[in-house]
Design a protein around this ligand. Structure first.
Ligand SMILES: C[S@@+](CC[C@H](N)C(=O)[O-])C[C@H]1O[C@@H](n2cnc3c(N)ncnc32)[C@H](O)[C@@H]1O
Length: 262
């Protein structure tokens, strides 16, 4: 049986000219677009996967938005971690159901959402952010995506340290990560995984120096390059332009000490 849509549900209306609209459903409401008017009562009646037509006869489809759809269209006031990086980071941190994770700075909440989804309903993300307005924006985004129950947002400068101890993994996204790596080490459990992102190589160098001073092992630096293709079977080829750079990703694993002590 088709999913039944109710007021407050979010849908993605996807049209043939590639226009897409993310909509919070309301009864008796009309959406005015450059393709014509969409009667939302029709969306309720039809349901996900079905065709919708605007008042101008343009054809679209009713879909349930994915987290990637949400992140690529989200309200943001900071740079965000893009899905091509955040999905890999979540795997490298081995985030799973029930984990306790720290995410900082939470910014607009893009990476936090990926972590919150991965920890499941029995896990928790402790999200630190020094700027109240960004913490509020992250809270609003995570609420919209139904993930806020799994996240505790703390408005705090992380130079004061973290409240949590023995967390399974920690993600750090601030302009000067090397200044907080000792605090991250303190919060992680033995064997806990650490990740950070930096847009420039000189930031990576500073971060690596700091990681090497502390008991961290398996230090790795990665960059992900994704090249989409035009999906035309007769002329299959890459698109003309690609995103050449987002961020370098640095990973490390905490150990309790580097050498055995007597
Ligand atoms: C690039 S944004 C984070 C984006 C976020 N990871 C996302 O995917 O949406 C960096 C954030 O770190 C916060 N920040 C910078 N230094 C901080 C500090 N010392 N303590 C807490 N937050 C900090 C900034 O206010 C900003 O919101």
């Amino acid at each position: 049986m088709a999913d039944t849509l109710k007021p407050g549900d979010r849908v993605l209306l996807s049209f043939e000219d590639e226009s897409e609209f993310l909509v919070d459903l309301e009864k008796d409401k009309k959406l005015h677009t450059h393709l014509g008017i969409i009667d939302l009562n029709e969306v309720f009646e039809k349901g996900p996967g079905e065709i919708i037509r605007t008042s101008a006869g343009k054809k679209g489809y009713i879909l349930i938005p994915s987290l990637i759809d949400e992140i690529m269209n989200m309200k943001r006031r900071t740079q965000i971690v893009y899905p091509k990086d955040s999905s890999f980071i979540a795997m490298m941190l081995d985030v799973k159901e029930g984990d306790r994770i720290i995410d900082t700075g939470v910014g607009s909440g893009a990476m936090c959402a990926v972590l919150a989804r991965a920890v499941g309903s029995s896990g928790k993300v402790f999200a630190y952010e020094k700027r109240e307005e960004f913490a509020k924006l992250a809270e609003s985004n995570l609420t919209k995506w139904g993930l806020i129950e799994r996240v505790t947002i703390k408005v705090r400068d992380i130079s004061e340290g973290f409240d949590e101890k023995d967390v399974d993994a920690l993600f750090l996204d601030v302009p000067d990560p090397w200044n907080y790596i000792d605090k991250c080490w303190e919060a992680l459990k033995g064997g806990g995984r650490f990740a950070t992102v930096c847009p420039t190589t000189n930031q990576v160098q500073e971060t690596l120096k700091k990681l090497q001073e502390l008991p961290f092992i398996r230090i790795e630096v990665w960059e992900s390059l994704f090249r989409p293709y035009k999906p035309v079977p007769e002329r299959l080829r890459p698109v003309d332009r690609m995103v050449a750079h987002t961020a370098y990703m640095i990973f490390a694993t905490k150990v309790c000490r580097r050498e055995e002590t007597e």
